[in-house]
Design a protein around this ligand. Structure first.
Ligand code: AVJ
Length: 325
């Protein structure tokens, strides 16, 4: 059953935040715009298309992994928890988890109330006996959960290696905010993409069909559409690089020639070869992933990977703080 009224946990980021991030990001060096602005309607469609590409392994690897470990998840998590998903549910992954563990409620949290409404209605149809309690808000900060789940044990769900979009500093802040939202004794099931060779990583972010390039360039089109921009999109090229020191894939938009344009009436000029940094996708080894969780207040208790070791699902627990003996 779906709770019809979507709770507004926090004011939603609208145009002013996009405008501020873009104007600020184009003015500072290196130029950089936060990756969350990729996901307008067109960007979300393009990301869906990315997940079906032969080169983009994360989504299908994580989905198959979830399916394969369903009985072990049931045993490690148990029934009766309120599942709190950070980000509106993925149509493929969320039902696998909900079907595996027999939860008492499902609380998807997303900044986009529209997206939340659609995905929640779909889930409520598939699980007619499960209370679905969507919460519109920014999960980067601690959020009060719906009163209906206050007394239930919690399981946070954060699939997709979305944590990889954040640098470790911001990732730790997010993990701590999740701990504050879910409370002591909660569990967290988190997906993390693993470090692997660039012969696999680079094509995953620079595919032969050019879908990732269109996804990246759509950010410039969105700026033109929503912020009165005059960016000559054809003069920019998608670039994906592996940053070994930071253990991350970076996506950039590189200017093919000197360009001048306006956004919201403000003039900008970018020289040939200069880039706008649009995304980081951090990859973690087994130790790095566990250390990140511990730094964020979560104790890893179980860990699963696919046979190639390309993607990890880690189950962690918010244990009471203890000092060293
Ligand atoms: C949704 C953030 C996990 O980093 O792999 C896919 C986004 N960017 N291709 C990722 C993305 C380019 C994706 N995440």
């Amino acid at each position: 059953m779906l709770k019809q009224e979507i709770e507004d946990g926090q004011s939603s980021l609208a145009d002013p935040a996009f405008r501020a991030d873009v104007l600020n990001g184009l003015s500072t060096r290196p130029r950089a715009i936060p990756a969350r602005w990729f996901y307008d309607r067109r960007g979300s469609e393009l990301f869906e298309a990315i997940t079906a590409l032969p080169e983009y392994y994360p989504t299908r690897t994580e989905t198959a992994l979830l399916q394969g470990i369903a009985p072990e998840l049931a045993e490690a998590i148990g029934p009766g928890r309120a599942v709190v998903e950070f980000g509106a549910g993925s149509a493929a992954k969320t039902p696998i988890l909900l079907g595996a563990i027999d939860p008492a409620a499902y609380v998807p949290i997303d900044i986009s109330a529209d997206f939340l409404r659609d995905s929640s209605a779909e889930l409520a149809r598939r699980f007619p006996d499960l209370p679905v309690l969507p919460l519109a808000g920014d999960f980067l900060r601690p959020l009060p959960l719906p009163a209906e789940v206050a007394a239930l044990p919690k399981l946070g769900f954060f699939p997709g290696s979305t944590i990889g979009n954040m640098d470790p500093h911001a990732g730790v802040d997010l993990l701590r905010a999740m701990r504050a939202s879910l409370g002591e004794g909660a569990q967290l099931l988190i997906g993390m993409d693993r470090v692997k060779g660039t012969e696999v990583l680079i094509p995953a972010y620079d595919d032969a069909a050019g879908v990732t390039a269109r996804f990246n360039l759509n950010l410039l089109e969105r700026i033109n559409r929503e912020l009165g921009g005059t960016i000559p999109v054809a003069d920019f090229r998608h670039r994906a690089i592996w940053n070994e020191d930071a253990s991350r894939i970076e996506m950039h938009l590189a200017a093919l020639r000197d360009v001048e344009f306006r956004v919201d009436g403000r003039p900008f000029s970018i020289q040939q070869g200069e880039t706008i940094h649009t995304e980081n996708s951090h990859k973690y080894g087994p130790r790095g992933g566990r250390l990140l969780l511990r730094a964020g207040g979560w104790t890893p208790i179980r860990e699963w990977t696919d046979p190639q070791g390309w993607f990890a699902l880690i189950l962690a627990e918010a244990q009471p703080a203890r000092s060293a003996p």
